[in-house]
Design a protein around this ligand. Structure first.
Ligand SMILES: Nc1ncnc2c1ncn2[C@@H]1O[C@H](COP(=O)(O)OP(=O)(O)OP(=O)(O)O)[C@@H](O)[C@H]1O
Ligand SMILES: [Mg+2]
Length: 254
């Protein structure tokens, strides 16, 4: 059984078809790329899968269960967690506290018990988990720094640490390499591979083709909200319509 199945998915905004009749599935344990020119419908697809938008038509199945239209927290609690295209850290919180927020997304801590201090074992477990994740991301020494004081590349890594703290089975990453220099990109690629090696399936939206080609087992290509093609990085690289879609949009942007 695939971990994720998107079936005949359509999402309209007024008369605009952001996603049209899209069908694809992701196997457990893979790193899957989801690529396409600006406006192709990648983020909208993430928004529907993760419950931020209801589908106009079609269905999303996670581990065989229909999750279409469920609220985001219910979907996250099942183990499907996403990161955002823009960095979304809590400005006033430290690095560690940001990750603790991620832990509590699924820990379902009762705030009253937390206030009364009767929830200590759970709090301590969350702390231990957050510390382990920060070490995993090489952020252990920055744990007490304000999250916003980190350089851009580390803020993106922290965003992923927050998502990982929610204990996902499937992680949706929306442009994790945006704005990174080559060194930061290389480190982030290592992190993504290590996350997969923890047994977490990854669906990755990214424009950095070197990163996509280097990381992904298979790639799904969207254009104008529709499935253009799907295959291994080699197959996709050779696909003439993919090249055209990218060159077309690049020429358009110029
Ligand atoms: N909330 C919304 N309301 C109206 N239109 C929207 C909304 N969200 C997305 N769209 C439109 O849907 C289309 C697909 O947008 P989407 O953000 O999914 O593209 P994308 O593939 O993620 O692009 P990019 O690579 O630039 O991030 C675009 O035409 C966009 O303007
Ligand atoms: Mg997008």
């Amino acid at each position: 059984m695939p971990i994720l199945e998107v079936r005949d998915l359509t999402r309209r905004f007024g008369g605009l078809f952001a996603v049209s009749d899209l069908t694809f599935s992701v196997e457990e344990g893979e790193i899957r790329g989801l690529i396409g020119p600006n406006g192709a419908g990648k983020t909208t697809t993430f928004n529907v899968i993760s419950g931020f938008y209801a589908p106009s038509e079609g269905r999303v199945l996670f581990l065989g269960d229909d999750i279409s239209g469920m609220p985001t927290n219910a979907i996250a609690a099942r183990g499907l967690v996403r990161t955002f295209q823009a960095t979304t850290l809590f400005q006033e919180l430290t690095v560690l506290e940001n990750v603790l927020v991620g832990c509590h997304l699924t820990a379902r801590t009762d705030p009253f018990r937390a206030l009364l201090g009767t929830d200590r074992p759970r709090q301590e477990a969350a702390h231990a988990r957050a510390a382990e994740i920060l070490d995993f991301f090489g952020l252990g020494e920055r744990r007490d720094d304000p999250g916003m004081s980190l350089p851009h590349g580390l803020q993106r890594a922290l965003g992923m640490a927050v998502a990982l703290a929610a204990d996902p089975k499937l992680l949706l990453l929306d442009e994790p390499f945006t704005g990174m220099n080559p060194e930061e990109t290389r480190r982030m690629m290592d992190i993504v591979r290590k996350v997969r090696d923890r047994g977490i399936t990854i669906l990755l939206v990214e424009h950095d083709m070197q990163a996509v080609m280097g990381l992904c087992d298979r790639i799904t290509v969207l254009n104008f909200g529709r499935l253009l093609t799907e295959g291994t990085p080699e197959e996709v690289r050779r696909h003439s319509e993919v090249i055209e879609a990218y060159l077309g949009s690049a020429a358009h942007a110029a």
